[in-house]
Design a protein around this ligand. Structure first.
Ligand code: PEP
Length: 254
């Protein structure tokens, strides 16, 4: 696939996989994807598997991501994980503001922006998630919601930091539901976000930032979605839990 930006496809394993299961999955992925150079491939296991997965993928083209982190660097924050702790495991990416965290942990745009700053300070690349609910889409508020989330979650980042960040457009109604945005809906939202980056930062930044699509991506729809000009990759939940389906999504995108 001829793309302006290098594709980045990340698997968000959520609260799945023990260490043993995680190691089985990456060992299969390493075999299936050994020759892929055209796509940045990222796996995001739960915190408990980061250490072992990190060692297992050392000699491979798989990169490591975390699913969340604290906005603080150190201190009395029981149960939290700091960016420097992720760096110890050679984590390169961190998913921030996933809709499940926005919904269940009530994460706000302001908090996501603090986390994005903390990630950059530690030289981690944030994958910042935005997306509207079905109620918001049906009410015609998609662009308003995206604008608020993009501006709020990325507030105060420098142009350099923004260029190194990844965005994920994930319509909430398409996550884990089997419903996928049509290619037209995905392209429209991605183009809107890119134009907004142009206004908020500048055109160079807007051209550089990779915007992933997320929401029930599977082998059968990946090619069409990823062929859209402003869709620069995918954030994959369910289909990333099996080596074959995740590998097929990646191979179908080349
Ligand atoms: C996600 O969790 O980011 C996601 C897109 O999940 P799924 O692919 O299962 O819809």
């Amino acid at each position: 696939m001829d793309k302006e930006r290098k594709l980045i496809i990340a698997g968000n394993w959520k609260m799945h996989k023990t260490v043993a299961e995680a190691l089985d999955l990456v060992s299969d992925l390493k075999l299936e994807l050994a020759n892929v150079k055209e796509v940045d491939i990222v796996v995001c296991p739960p915190f408990t598997a980061l250490g072992e997965v990190s060692k297992a993928i050392l000699d491979s083209n798989l990169r490591l991501g975390a699913q969340n982190m604290s906005e603080h660097n150190v201190g009395a924050y029981t149960g939290e994980i700091a960016a420097v702790m992720l760096k110890e495991f050679s984590v390169r990416y961190v998913i921030l503001g996933h809709s499940e965290r926005r919904q269940y942990q009530k994460e706000s745009d302001e908090l996501v922006s603090k986390k994005a700053h903390a990630a950059h300070t530690a030289a981690l690349k944030p994958i910042v998630c935005v997306g509207e609910t079905l109620v918001e889409r049906d009410a015609g508020h998609t662009e308003k919601v995206l604008e608020k989330q993009v501006r709020g979650s990325l507030a105060g980042l420098s142009k350099e930091q923004m260029s190194e960040s990844v965005l994920a457009y994930e319509p909430v109604w398409a996550i884990g539901t089997g419903k996928t945005a049509t290619t037209a809906q995905a392209q429209e939202a991605h183009a809107f976000i890119r134009a907004l980056l142009g206004k908020t930062f500048d055109e160079t930044v807007a051209r550089r930032v990779r915007i992933q699509y997320g929401g029930s991506v599977k082998p059968s729809n990946a090619r069409e979605l990823l062929s859209q000009p402003d869709v620069d990759g995918a954030l994959v939940g369910g289909a990333s839990l099996e080596a074959r389906s995740f590998a097929e999504i990646i191979k179908n995108s080349i």
